[in-house]
Design a protein. Structure first.
Lengths: 275, 472, 82
């Protein structure tokens, strides 16, 4: 595994490689569901393969993982299902990829969403991260490709970043299997609630929008008091997002607030051709 | 009124009160914050900031002359390694599966005193067809897919798409179609799946329908054989192998030209529409992980594609054997079919045997040549000791002898067979993949019939022209 | 005076985005890529056939066709010629 796994490392509690069991496609009776999100080209699928022992092919492309891939692992005697979402730049457009990713985070209600971030292109990658933080509280940021960043002369202050985002940030190099134990630890802590996140929410909006949002959010919360991301849902409804409107009509938002999410419409792979 | 529609109305009312560009302002707010957070978290060593190696590679690989030279070289090297590297393992597999195992199976069935029809159907039909496909397909795929994946992982393929984009833009297609086409040179089913990287439905459909014009692994062996024994042989001996290779490359290049022309025609007629926003990220170059790539591409691509081919070849083997052995009025079913299709075949500069072989080979193009040989021999004068419905291996000069003397082939037959192989309908695995990817009957049927009509049209034209010029 | 658009930016020059002229899906797409008013862009190199051009945007290399670049209005940096 890691080239420098000395005895000193193994004695520290973070080094729990032995406690990671790759379960491959065995995802029965899991304790937690973990979603893996991120921009294309961030090493998301490499991380997926490293954790599950599966061999999903990774391409250097946007939208290569078009369908969701699922795999399992167990850590500290807890079983996790890992869902690899399509690589996307954003959750606000309406491509199939983005819908699959967004619907899963929203309706699949993962215990933890791991956002894989390219350390060499942090600014671009934070765009998606901030959008995910609007939808869900349970987030861990995997600051990947930290080795490549070093080669390019880029250094990221992960503590500062974690403070700003309000969620754990784990620097890692998934291709070299570096940072995996720390990531697993962070996933466990967020899943069990041992680490309470204080996710960053977007502040700078113009007063008109802010007012409209607050009104819609209040109306939403009156109907669905437990909706965890009412502000985001309100924003999407304001934008006329057809799939969120659909979810509202089918009362899937209601299910969401009661904690019984329905399956995401993720296998919408077929092309929709206007005839 | 329900609470849901109430909420939707509130949303609609509030939306109308907001400016047109409020969605932009939301995005701007997100990006502004992302930039602020990134700025405060990142420190840069300006001296190392621009990776000089990456920039240098980009200068070379997208250079007006160097870029195309490297591309041509890569293309050539990948196919050269695939074709020559596959020879030895293919031969070993053929010796083992078509020789040793085949003989052993016959001895086993004889020892069990199985009826002749059963051993014929199972061994000479199902087993031989499957074994043929495995020995012909497995080695080239096991070489081609990893090479392709290495180039992909290194970050080179997006540069190819970048270099060629203008040609595709001219045809109203997406630049990433260049990559699904390259993938198609390995396997069209894989090429069709690879079109997923194209995010606009219209352009993706164009890429799916035209992927067939990338010559897949299943078709290379036949093209190389025809190029060698008919076209290369027509040249002076010293130039024979060069002319043969050039004839095969010419067919491949013709395929690319046809793909661009058909894409252009489609995007101006049935698939008219706005060219979608084209954006292609050119990722940083990364050293490929050779071992992992070998493993994943063998498991992921090679074995899956091979399995599909085997599933198709087994029943096809049974059908060939049955058609060659069931007699109606003194002639086998295959014989009747050949006689029926012969007039059409001759009109196209081909013959009945070739058309029957292409019907039988719908599951896998690999079995075209063995089927042609088998049918030519069993229906004609038997000079090589073939049994009905048994695929056998002959060397190149024997094949030439069989085709010209027994089958009555000419240079026109060979050229038109190459053209037909390039243009005809996709194999059944690809057809099923197209259906799975589009879930649309109209486009699946189009993807089958469009190339097939093109194949008929082109071969008919060349045959007519050849006759007119007195060449055939 | 008509404002400068991105397709007029010479290779090696840098600019700031002032306005996105397009609407709807194509506008969203550009913004997803991180191209919005205020974004710093540099024309890095062109395809051998002249189109598309690769731009450096927020540390990434993004290739855009001329037709798209024409929909992005820019302001030159360092006061040079386009």
């Amino acid at each position: 595994m890691t080239g420098h796994s000395s005895a000193a490392c193994e004695s520290c509690p973070a080094y729990n490689q032995a406690m990671l069991k790759k379960l491959g496609v065995n995802v029965e009776a899991v304790d937690y569901v973990v979603a893996l999100a991120g921009n294309p080209n961030t090493g998301k699928s490499t991380l997926f393969n490293a954790l599950t022992g599966l061999r999903q092919h990774v391409g250097n492309w946007a939208g290569k993982t078009v369908a969701r891939a699922e795999g399992g692992f167990s850590f500290n005697n807890k079983r996790y299902k890992l869902v690899d979402l399509p690589g996307t730049y954003s959750l606000l457009s309406t491509s199939t990829d983005e819908e699959i990713a967004r619907d899963f985070i929203l309706f699949g209600q993962p215990s933890v969403t791991v956002v894989v971030v390219d350390a060499t292109r942090l600014e671009r990658n934070l765009n998606l991260t901030l959008q995910i933080l609007e939808i869900t509280d349970h987030v861990v940021v995997a600051l990947n490709l930290i080795d490549e960043a070093g080669r390019h002369g880029i250094r990221v202050d992960e503590r500062h970043l974690a403070r700003k985002l309000g969620v754990p940030v784990v620097p890692m190099a998934a291709r070299k299997m570096q940072g995996l134990p720390e990531l697993l630890q962070a996933i466990e802590q967020v899943a069990t609630g041992a680490y309470v996140t204080r996710p960053h929410r977007i502040q700078q909006r113009d007063p008109g929008l802010d007012h409209a949002l607050r009104e819609l959010e209040t109306a939403l919360l009156r109907e669905f008091p437990d909706l965890p991301n009412a502000q985001w849902v309100a924003l999407r409804l304001l934008d006329g997002d057809a799939s969120i409107e659909q979810a509202l009509r089918e009362r899937r938002l209601g299910d969401l607030s009661r904690g019984q999410a329905s399956a995401p419409a993720a296998d919408a792979l077929a092309l929709e051709i206007a005839s | 009124m329900s609470a849901e529609s109430d909420l939707l109305q509130i949303a609609a009312r509030l939306r109308s009160g907001l400016g047109e560009d409020y969605a932009d302002r939301v995005m701007e707010a997100i990006f502004t914050e992302a930039a602020q957070i990134a700025d405060s978290s990142v420190t840069r060593d300006e001296k190392k900031a621009r990776l000089t190696l990456d920039r240098m590679l980009d200068r070379v690989l997208t250079h007006p002359i160097g870029g195309f030279a490297v591309m041509g070289l890569m293309f050539f090297v990948v196919f050269w390694i695939t074709i020559t590297g596959a020879n030895i393992p293919s031969q070993l597999l053929a010796d083992l599966l078509l020789g040793t195992v085949y003989t052993a199976l016959h001895s086993l069935f004889a020892a069990l005193s199985a009826p002749a029809w059963l051993s014929g159907l199972l061994i000479d039909g199902v087993y031989l067809a499957t074994a043929w496909v495995v020995s012909v397909m497995l080695p080239p795929m096991a070489i081609f897919f990893p090479l392709f994946t290495l180039l992909e992982d290194f970050g080179y393929l997006p540069r190819v798409a970048f270099n060629l984009d203008r040609l595709f833009a001219g045809a109203g297609a997406h630049g990433k179609q260049a990559l699904s086409m390259m993938m198609g040179f390995g396997c069209n089913a894989a090429g069709v799946v690879a079109t997923r990287i194209i995010d606009s439905p219209r352009e993706r459909l164009i890429a799916i329908i035209t992927n067939n014009f990338s010559i897949c692994n299943g078709r290379w062996p036949m093209l190389i054989l025809m190029g060698t024994i008919f076209i290369g042989a027509a040249a002076p001996p010293a130039l024979a192998s060069l002319v043969a290779a050039l004839s095969v490359v010419a067919i491949a290049v013709l395929g690319i030209i046809v793909a661009l022309l058909v894409s252009g025609a489609l995007s101006r007629t049935w698939l008219k529409g706005e060219t979608s926003v084209y954006s292609l990220e050119l990722p940083p170059y990364r050293p490929p992980q050779v071992i992992r790539t070998l493993y994943t591409s063998v498991i992921d691509r090679t074995l899956i594609v091979l399995w599909r081919a085997v599933v198709m070849a087994a029943p096809a083997g049974a059908v060939i054997w049955l058609a060659s052995n069931i007699m109606i009025g003194g002639t086998s079913i295959a014989g009747h079919l050949v006689n029926f299709l012969n007039p059409l075949g001759l009109l196209l500069g081909l013959n009945g045997v070739i058309l029957v072989a292409y019907i039988v080979a719908i599951p896998a193009n690999e079995i075209v040549i063995p089927t042609i040989l088998m049918l030519t021999l069993t229906l004609g004068r038997n000079i090589a000791g073939a049994q009905p419905g048994v695929m056998l291996e002959l060397d190149d000069s024997q094949v030439y002898q069989v085709l010209t003397q027994v089958g009555g082939w000419t240079l026109l037959t060979a050229v038109n067979l190459m053209l037909f192989s390039l243009l005809h309908n996709p194999c059944s695995t690809t057809i099923i993949t197209i259906w799975n990817e589009t879930k649309n009957l109209k486009w699946t049927v189009t993807a089958v019939l469009l190339p097939l009509s093109l194949a008929f049209l082109v071969t008919f034209s060349t045959a007519t022209l050849a006759r007119w010029l007195g060449l055939a | 005076m008509a404002s400068l658009t991105l397709d007029q930016l010479a290779i090696g020059k840098e600019a700031i985005v002032t306005r996105l002229v397009c609407t709807g899906a194509s506008r969203r797409r550009l913004m997803d890529l991180g191209i919005l008013p205020g974004t710093h862009l540099a024309a890095d190199f062109a395809s051998p056939l002249g189109d598309p051009v690769a731009y450096r945007v927020r540390d990434a290399l993004i290739a855009l066709r001329r037709a798209q670049a024409r929909q992005i209005e820019i302001e030159l940096l360092q006061g040079g010629q386009p």
